[in-house]
Design a protein around this ligand. Structure first.
Ligand code: PEP
Ligand code: MG
Length: 315
């Protein structure tokens, strides 16, 4: 049986038996980065760089980007910051890279796909990231959003390397990438599961529609299967797999994710203490068992209820 939570999150995420699970923050600007430091985040698992681009009619210059990125990196000197390259389109439209005539923007030219249409935008962003990294002496990992195929991963990693970026990975938020993650890990140094979009694309349920809440949950067995598949593909290569979607902030789901093989969780800073406390109360083997409990149910509601029931002593 799980033990009662003995301590609150103290800045080092780990299970009761000492298996490390980095607890990181999702941030979008320097203010959010400072708030994340105050909340005890061990680093940044998702830096959404769109803030630098949104609300503008033209692309920010390289110098503007360097300044914006340095603001976030400065708050996390010497700790890991995962920077996501521009994720434009669908829920994050940008006039200078997204078409306004697409019939299905969520399935259109978005995320990394805009880099194919506008290669210079990615190139200049990587140039700015590399310069900000050097200026701040930061530990920067760079990842691409909306990667669907191993070839996309290969090309993105090559583009990063060309700018001297040593740790380059992908977001897994499209089922195709989850199912074929082993081939993606031939190229990518790491992956981060974007569960918000992974749920949307697995369940064919628009993430913006509250009416579809029953479908739009990471507790859906098919979504848990895809998370497990992603981790399975990472194992032979020994690659880290994080979660940076909303799922990581759910203290009931977090141990299940760890049990499925996830090695870091990135969330809104206010969720860090609760998630950290639950993990600190459970041995890693208990997380694995909770993952088996979740996978053993055929509906999202049953899976969540069963895990919550087992976690009652520590919640
Ligand atoms: C996600 O899709 O889960 C994610 C973290 O990215 P965003 O919410 O910015 O699309
Ligand atoms: Mg996403």
């Amino acid at each position: 049986r799980p033990k009662r939570a003995a301590r609150v999150f103290d800045g080092v995420g780990q299970t009761a038996d000492g298996v490390r699970v980095q607890l990181l923050a999702n941030v979008a600007d320097p203010d959010a980065a400072r708030a994340a430091v105050a909340a005890g985040a061990e680093g940044v698992g998702l830096f959404r760089t769109e803030f630098c681009f949104l609300g503008r009619t033209s692309e920010p210059t390289v110098a503007e980007q360097i300044e914006a990125y340095r603001g976030v990196l400065a708050a996390f000197a010497g700790t890991k910051v995962v920077i996501r390259t521009l994720d434009a389109g669908a829920d994050k439209p940008l006039p200078f890279v997204t078409a306004d005539s697409e019939p299905n923007p969520a399935l259109g030219v978005r995320g990394l796909r805009t880099a194919t249409a506008y290669p210079g935008v990615l190139d200049r962003q990587l140039e700015a990231i590399a310069a900000a990294t050097a200026a701040e002496q930061a530990e920067v990992w760079v990842m691409a959003p909306m990667v669907a195929t191993p070839d996309e991963a290969r090309d993105f990693v090559a583009a990063c390397r060309a700018h001297g970026i040593t740790t380059a990975g992908v977001m897994v938020e499209i089922p195709a990438a989850a199912l074929r993650s082993a081939a993606i890990f031939e190229h990518a140094d790491f992956a981060s599961l974007g569960t918000n979009d992974l749920v949307q694309y697995t369940m064919a349920a628009d993430r913006m529609l509250g009416d579809l809440a029953e479908l739009s949950t990471p507790w859906q067995p098919a979504v848990l299967d895809l998370i497990a598949a992603t981790c399975h593909g990472a194992r032979p290569h020994g690659r880290p797999v994080g979660v940076c979607g909303e799922a990581a902030a759910d203290p009931v789901l977090a141990p299940v994710l760890v049990g499925l093989g996830v090695t870091s969780l990135s969330m809104t800073p206010r969720a860090l203490a609760d998630v950290g406390a639950v993990l600190a109360a459970l041995d890693h083997a208990e997380c694995v068992r909770l993952a088996e409990v979740a996978l053993g149910h055929s509906t999202a509601r049953e899976a969540r209820d069963a895990v919550r029931d087992q976690l009652r002593p520590v919640l």
